[in-house]
Ligand binder design. Structure first.
Ligand SMILES: Nc1ncnc2c1ncn2[C@@H]1O[C@H](COP(=O)(O)OP(=O)(O)O)[C@@H](O)[C@H]1O
Ligand SMILES: [Mg+2]
Length: 391
């Protein structure tokens, strides 16, 4: 089954859907020159072997933390070409929330045959170090959503990585960029870590204003759409709406929904009227937060997303029926109602859905109304569908 983006595909507006996906890194960033300059300042000595640099990037959801670190890492890697060989490893701690998991991801990124078991953290760290020295490489490690790791791991791993070269012959093995949505990240650290990270190495990102958000939407349009297919007033309106949250993800989402609406009508120009505030939800969760759910949790969520694209809420009874339909579609045997109920509770704990008791108690007596306030159902839907397609 194809995702909704595949269904539009008539190509009256959209030529390439990739630039509308969240993982796509644009060739340049809109309105982040100052932050990129700050990063360049922090890494100004990086061409010297034996040197490592540390930065902390903080800001609210959708302020471009992830894309900034990706853009910067690729830029600096290219900049250092021929002078210092740099490898980039990006670990999202939401998907790998424990110290051993993060370490495993780093080891795997350097050597895909790295064994899964049998080594202590200290041994893995030293094998990472050996690998880098053997290949004469410097590791630029991005720990995205680092607050999740720090909260679980008491920053032990970060401390160990910061001290990786201590008392050793070669220095400057790893540079690190810590990314956090939580502005009090630094408060979670021991003084020893703070002094190693350096107070002056913090880059704080502010939410975007309307003008920049219009620019971000406009950049996607230039790369993804037919020339002249999106009116300037449309982009202005997207910027204005998205400015309520300052979240760039919202701008891209509004644009995508407007394009979808236009193409569905068989029209070739996206007009301001196609931008609907009803699709405006506060996206405070990363779409990738669904990746770690179990298969049946995803199937339960998929059913809910499909309904919530069109409706304000879905009752728990309906959500169950939708789950059964989804199971049928993907030819998997549904779990019991009790298990489904447990899945709903997990989805709620993860912040993916909200539930509240319905006023009318018919049938099972514990009817709940389910809403999604932190994410956009269409985005989650296509993410889950894409994964099942691949799987
Ligand atoms: N300055 C920018 N220029 C172009 N695209 C941006 C910019 N900032 C954010 N985006 C895009 O907006 C979306 C959300 O940005 P992201 O880096 O994931 O935010 P955060 O990590 O802070 O939540 C991504 O698709 C990203 O490519
Ligand atoms: Mg991010």
């Amino acid at each position: 089954m194809a995702g909704y983006l595949d269904r539009i595909g008539a190509g009256k507006v959209l030529l390439d859907k990739a630039p509308l996906s969240y993982d796509w890194v644009p060739p340049s960033l809109i309105g982040r020159d100052e932050e990129l300059d700050d990063m360049a300042g922090i890494f100004s000595q990086i061409q010297n072997h034996e040197t490592s640099c540390q930065a902390v990037v903080m800001g609210p959801v959708g302020s471009g933390k992830t894309v900034l670190t990706r853009r910067f890492a690729e830029d600096i890697q290219r900049h250092l070409e021929g002078r210092r060989k740099t490898v980039i490893t990006h670990v999202n701690c939401r998907n790998h929330p424990t110290g051993p998991q993060v370490l495993q991801q780093i080891a795997l990124s350097l050597d895909e045959r790295h064994p899964e078991r049998g080594f202590s953290p200290g041994e893995i760290i030293q094998s990472i170090r050996r690998n880098l020295i053997t290949h004469d490489s410097h590791l630029l490690l991005i720990l995205d959503e680092a607050d999740i790791l720090v909260n679980r791991d008491q920053s032990d791993l970060i401390y160990k990585l910061l001290r990786i070269d201590e008392g050793k012959e070669n220095q400057g093995t790893i540079s690190m960029i810590l990314v956090s949505q939580n502005l009090s990240l630094m408060k979670l650290f021991e003084p020893a870590i703070i002094s190693r990270l350096g107070q002056s190495n913090i880059v704080e990102m502010q939410p975007y204003n309307a003008e920049t958000l219009t620019g971000i939407a406009s950049q996607r349009v230039e790369i993804a759409c037919r020339t002249g297919s999106v009116a300037d007033e449309t982009l202005t309106k997207i910027g204005q709406f998205a400015a309520e949250s300052g979240d760039a993800r919202m701008a891209i989402e509004l644009l995508e929904a407007a394009i979808r609406r236009t193409e569905k009508d068989g029209r070739g120009e996206v007009l301001p009227d196609d931008v609907r505030p009803s699709t405006l939800r506060k996206a405070s969760l990363e779409p990738s937060s669904v990746d770690n759910l179990s298969q049946h949790q995803k199937l339960s969520l998929l059913g809910i997303c499909r309904r919530l694209k069109k409706a304000e809420y879905v009752s728990s009874g309906d959500a169950h029926k939708l789950y059964l339909l989804v199971c049928e579609e993907y030819e998997v045997k549904p779990r019991s109602y009790t298990t489904f109920w447990k899945h709903l509770k997990t989805l709620e704990t993860e912040g993916l859905i909200e539930t509240r008791a319905a006023n009318t108690n018919v049938g099972r007596g514990r009817t709940q109304h389910i809403t999604m306030n932190n994410t956009a159902p269409a985005t989650i839907e296509s993410r889950i569908e894409r994964e099942f397609l691949r799987g």
